[in-house]
Design a protein around this ligand. Sequence first.
Ligand SMILES: [Zn+2]
Ligand SMILES: [Zn+2]
Length: 107
Amino acid sequence: MTGHQAPPEPPSSLLPLPDPIGLANTQLCGRSCLWCCVTLPADAIDLGERQTPDGTAWFPRSCRTCTRARVNDALRAHKAFCELCIEVDIPCATRDGLRALAHGGAR
Ligand SMILES: [Zn+2]
Ligand SMILES: [Zn+2]
């Protein structure tokens, strides 16, 4: 008998997000990039609903330039400890998810 397998974490959860306390309203509701504050187009990258420390939902979204930079950092950090990514030809859901996120393909 095998137990339940934990669902993979969404790749956006690997990106370090800024403290929502210091963000503008437009950033909290996803109308502007949470990193550079640029007004976002409809196809901006959705990082998924989050909760502030006091339990309020916020909706981080980001522009492609910022997302790609953060994803590259997260990939580098991930590869430092991921046993799958040390062997480059083994598929890794986390690595693939991060790459898809950088291209706006993940939801
Ligand atoms: Zn940005
Ligand atoms: Zn990996």
